[in-house]
Ligand binder design. Structure first.
Ligand code: ADP
Ligand code: MG
Length: 684
């Protein structure tokens, strides 16, 4: 790829005007990266029409409208009596004299709004219109402009899947700057590259929802390229694995420790666990390195299976690295694995970004000497200065959070080590071949004996009071509750309203309520999470956005409440539900839905109420997924393709895998592999 273009797409978003380090971090949370490239691959999910309406009576309630209004009066709100909040209301009139109320619930920027809407002035305002106590009302308009600046309001606004602390205006600003700078970087590039970036431009400036449908010409083009990149990477990886010089190291076979390990387990392994362990051991005995994915629902007991593999490695003198997606999860794994390793005499250690100085050096020495046989950690495991004496096995927990890049970086620390990936994300069987074409798959489809299915119910928002009354005695007898609120998408001012409001309300009823959300820094977030997990802290309700982590283990948490559950995708709901039901006590999941739930939303909730088999849910999801309806990508997806739609692009799958099998990838394909983050092992 041309240097200038390469540098440009790798520019950190914090260097875009109006972004800076804080917003760049928020972008990172939503995009899974913070480069211009990550932004380019993140496309709008819909288009909102903001054509001008003259009279509010022409609109349907629930519509987004753009309308010129004359400001008549201000009524400043605030907090009254026992914490009741009253909104600030600004009464306006449209051209026909019809009254419209603009209201704000959050007092933070009050002065700013009052100044933006001075009495006696005409303003053009855009937002969602609703009927509140008999009057047309707009809460937190998306745009307020002076009449001569009407063109600042986009007629067809691209709506991006967003996250906490990022407004649609921020997305539009970043997009505009990127596409202003791009043409210069494309000087002298070949036609394919130009075509690719042109397609990206088209999808970032859609004119209607049709432009964003899977079958729109430019989306389909991009989807094909994305598939070509993935399929080419898979083809290369498969070839390398079969290559003579990449044979695995043959190590001595012994089984004493393993026997001891089985004997020390406080329970019987399930049939599925035993089957999976046998599959893994067969791989370890073959002469090509293992590449196996173990899929199993949360709580199916993947960790023990992974440990069995590590024990076998240790016995043959080699080392195992277990890679977790976050510090918290690494600590949690370590706390579980260490005692088991101690019992059978395996040296187990942990290495994360928190380890510094002498302590860290000692850990590294022990790894280099081969004394440490099992190391649990985060990305720190593949820092440059980490060396292994004989890294035989790499285990990746929650594999979908690691790209091929990281996978290869860790593999490079050993001599063709075996690779075992664990995933709680069930992929429909029909798809796992195309997605994990280079991996063998084991499925743990059986839960440990005695595990009770989680009882799932759905209730309308109106019944939330009854729910709180119900929960109270449970809490008094020691239960812990996760209370999840969704982000408020696209809000101009406040993504925080939902969680904050719920937190305030619950605090009045219960004594020790915790709050975590994406705008807290990582440290305080972790601290609250740890407090909730600690049985002695007295904290028994945790109000959270979806930042509560996959895999977090709080055995006494037996209730999860998910507010506005209709806004989440099936995958996300299923994973959230997996936060409970980890012990042998009955657990409950309550899905609260809002007034505006769609038929599809209702269907999704019913699926959850009927089954807790992740694979069945994944198949259902595939059948009925309506992409535009769901919130940000993180809350919607299984495996994250940017442009590919499983249902609509089956032909493209076939085309791409055929093209990928034909010969060596050309320069353009290598560029694509770089762009789609699947090319490091080919030296691209
Ligand atoms: P996963 O990683 O698949 O979500 P874990 O490996 O963390 O699940 O196991 C969840 C819990 O179940 C752990 O406390 C573990 O000790 C326990 N467990 C695992 N296998 C069994 C089994 N066969 N019988 C009983 N309990 C088990
Ligand atoms: Mg796990």
């Amino acid at each position: 790829m041309k240097r200038e273009l390469f540098d440009f797409i790798n520019t950190d978003l914090q260097f875009i005007r109006g972004v800076g380090p804080v917003l760049a971090t928020r972008f990172n949370d939503v995009l899974g990266g913070r480069r211009v490239l990550d932004f380019l691959l993140h496309i709008p999910h819909s288009v909102r029409n903001r054509g001008i309406t003259e009279c509010v009576m022409d609109a349907m309630y629930g519509d987004t409208i753009t309308i010129p209004l004359l400001v008549k009066s201000h009524k400043v709100g605030g907090t009254f009596g026992r914490g009741r909040r009253r909104p600030t209301q600004i009464t306006c009139a449209d051209k026909t004299g019809q009254l419209v109320v603009i209201q704000f619930f959050n007092s933070t920027y009050l002065d700013y709004w009052l100044k933006k809407l001075p009495i006696g002035a005409w303003r053009i305002v855009s937002g969602k219109i609703e009927m509140v106590t008999g009057r047309p009302t707009m809460s937190h308009p998306d745009f307020i402009e002076e009449m001569e600046n009407a063109d600042k309001i986009p007629t067809n606004q691209a709506i991006y899947p967003s996250g906490e602390g990022l407004t649609q205006k921020t997305f539009a600003n970043v997009r505009d700057q990127i596409f202003v700078a791009l043409p210069e970087k494309l000087n002298g590039v070949d036609n394919q590259t130009r075509e690719f970036f042109d397609a990206l431009r088209r999808v970032h400036f859609p004119e209607s929802n049709d432009d964003l449908s899977p079958n729109a010409a430019y989306i389909a083009k991009l989807a094909y390229w994305e598939l070509l990149a993935h399929q080419s990477a898979i083809a290369i990886s498969r070839k390398q694995r079969m290559d003579e010089k990449n044979r695995r190291v043959v190590r001595p076979k012994k089984y004493d420790l393993l026997q001891k390990f089985r004997e020390t387990l406080p329970f019987e392994l399930t049939g599925a666990q035993n089957r999976t362990i046998n599959e893994i051991f067969a791989d370890m005995a073959a002469d090509t390195p293992m590449m196996r994915l173990v899929q199993g629902d949360v709580g199916s007991g993947k960790t023990i299976v992974a440990l069995a593999a590590a024990v076998k490695m240790a016995e043959s003198g080699a080392q195992t690295a277990l890679l977790a997606p976050t510090d918290t999860l690494a600590v949690q794994h370590f706390a579980k694995l260490k005692p088991m390793c101690d019992k059978i005499g395996i040296v187990c250690d942990i290495l994360t970004g928190r380890d510094k100085g002498v302590a860290r050096r000692e850990k590294l020495t022990s790894l280099r000497s081969g004394r440490t046989r099992l190391v649990v950690g985060t990305h720190a495991l593949f820092s440059v200065d980490v060396e292994y004496r004989d890294l035989g096995l790499v285990i990746i927990d929650e594999q979908h959070r690691f790209g091929v890049v990281q996978r290869e970086a860790l593999r490079a620390k050993g001599n063709n080590p075996d690779l075992l990936a664990l995933s709680a994300t069930p992929i429909p069987r029909t798809l796992s071949m195309t997605i994990y074409g280079d991996m063998d798959v084991s499925i743990i489809n059986e839960k440990p004996a005695g595990r009770l299915p989680i009882k799932t119910t759905k209730i309308p928002m109106a019944r939330v009071g009854d729910l709180v009354a119900h929960i109270r005695p449970q809490i008094e007898s020691g239960a812990k509750v996760f209370w999840v609120c969704p982000l408020v998408d696209e809000s101009e001012v406040s993504d925080m309203t939902a969680v904050q409001t719920r937190f305030d309300a619950l605090k009045k009823v219960f004594t020790n309520v915790g709050l975590v959300h994406g705008q807290m820094d990582k440290k305080s977030r972790d601290a609250v999470m740890a407090q909730f997990a600690d049985d002695n802290s007295g904290m028994n309700i945790l109000v959270a956005t979806t930042v509560i982590e996959v895999g977090i283990d709080v055995p006494r948490a037996t209730i999860i409440v998910i507010e506005n559950a209709e806004r989440f995708g099936l995958a996300a709901l299923h994973q959230l539900r997996g936060r409970v039901g980890r012990g042998n006590t009955q657990s409950y999941c309550v899905l609260i839905y809002g007034d505006n739930i769609s038929p599809d939303g209702l269907k999704r909730l019913n699926v959850l109420c009927e089954t807790d088999d992740g694979f069945a849910i994944a198949e259902q999801d595939l059948m009925m997924r309506g992409v535009g309806e769901l919130l940000g990508t993180k809350q919607s997806g299984w495996i994250q393709y940017h442009f590919v739609d499983y249902r609509e692009h089956r032909d493209l799958f076939r085309l791409a895998s055929r093209a990928a099998r034909d010969g060596e990838p050309d320069t353009w394909t290598r560029d694509l592999m770089y762009i789609f983050d699947c090319g490091v092992n080919v030296g691209a």
